[in-house]
Design a protein around this ligand. Structure first.
Ligand code: TYM
Length: 314
């Protein structure tokens, strides 16, 4: 029996190379060793997107990216969260088990409050829906970037609270899988690459758009090696190659950035071609099949969970 793996990404818009190296590539490299579930977290995206057309488009985009980077939908269950209402149901049960101060410690919520922005209740309870995403499938392995570490801890905690409250061993503890060196991919300003920070290099952009983003990488003039350029470059080339390249182009930031553009382009071009040839029909059919498979697992689990909490009377 293969171990079960589950991961997901929010349907929140254009994906960037941080998503790719932090989560998508590690998934593609290992998913066949596991019984893998790959989810588009569309209800999570609703915490920030309030436009139907945008959200629908983002869901298609996320699946198109999964397929373009090489996920075979015959070998992984690829589905969207909203097609499996059991996620919301289990999320609710977890909400009833955890305290408000516990959820107030969540980074995403704290960041929003620190910026003086109003957090909606969906954002506040986000970690419990994510716990449900993982625990519904008894997933043991969850490949993610470093920024999701706390969310996996929350999932373990939610499962533990359920087990203690209902004196059961219903939920097993999931483990995050965070790869060294790509746990936090930096953006063009050196901070974590994130759509909400506006510092991304888009994954499937045109060469011109990639070049524009790379040329905007912030360089400091304190040394010969522009460290922000180097950090991103090291995702594409090994240390020996980079040492030579950066030695030969000492202080020539423009040449180094141009070389980085070429490396990104060479890497992305074949995937981009595939990406452009995936039809909406193909995506919809993948999602429908995936929904059926995911629901089979999730509904079975929820039947037991409902019995354990005492609401299943017939
Ligand atoms: P999301 O959509 O923000 O990001 C998707 C994945 O990309 C990783 N990532 C990064 N990794 C390295 N460097 C970066 N700069 C970078 N930016 C993003 C994220 O860590 C993530 O792995 N809450 C999740 C989605 C989710 C989920 C789940 C994940 C919902 N349910 C269940 C796993 C299991 C999120 O917002 O990821």
């Amino acid at each position: 029996m293969k171990k079960r793996l589950l991961t997901g990404l929010q349907a929140s818009g254009q994906l960037h190379i941080g998503n790719y190296f932090g989560a998508l590539k590690p998934f593609v490299d290992t998913y066949e060793e596991y019984d893998s579930f790959l989810m588009v977290a569309d209800y999570h995206a609703l915490t920030s997107i309030k436009d139907a057309k945008t959200l629908s488009g983002n869901i298609l985009e996320a699946v198109r990216v999964y397929l373009a980077i090489g996920v075979d939908p015959e070998r992984a269950t690829l589905f969207k969260q909203s097609d499996v209402p059991e996620h919301m149901e289990l999320g609710w049960i977890f909400n009833c088990l955890v305290s408000v101060p516990f959820l107030q410690q969540a980074h995403a919520y704290k960041d929003k409050v620190a910026k003086g922005l109003e957090a909606n209740a969906g954002l506040f309870t986000y970690p419990m829906l994510m716990a449900a995403d993982i625990l519904l499938y008894d997933a043991e392995v969850v490949p993610v970037g470093e920024d999701q570490r706390q969310h996996i801890e929350y999932a373990r905690e939610a499962g533990g609270k359920f087990n203690r409250a209902f004196e059961t061993e219903e939920f097993r503890a999931p483990q995050e899988l965070i790869l060294k060196g790509v746990g936090t991919v930096p953006g063009v300003n050196g901070e974590k690459m994130s759509k909400s920070y506006g510092n991304t290099i888009p994954l499937f952009a045109t060469k011109d758009a990639i070049a524009k983003a790379v040329m905007s990488i912030v360089t400091d003039s304190s040394g010969d090696t522009p460290k922000n350029v180097y950090a991103i470059h090291s995702l594409y080339r090994n240390e020996d190659e980079l040492t030579k390249l950066y030695e030969e182009n000492k202080g020539n930031y423009k040449a180094l950035k141009e070389s980085l553009v070429e490396d990104i382009e060479a890497h992305i071009a074949p995937m981009r071609e595939k990406y452009q040839n995936i039809s909406d029909e193909e995506i919809l059919s993948v999602l429908k099949n995936g929904a059926e498979k995911a629901r089979t697992v999730a509904s079975k689990k929820m039947e037991t969970v409902r019995k354990k909490v005492g609401v299943a009377l017939y």
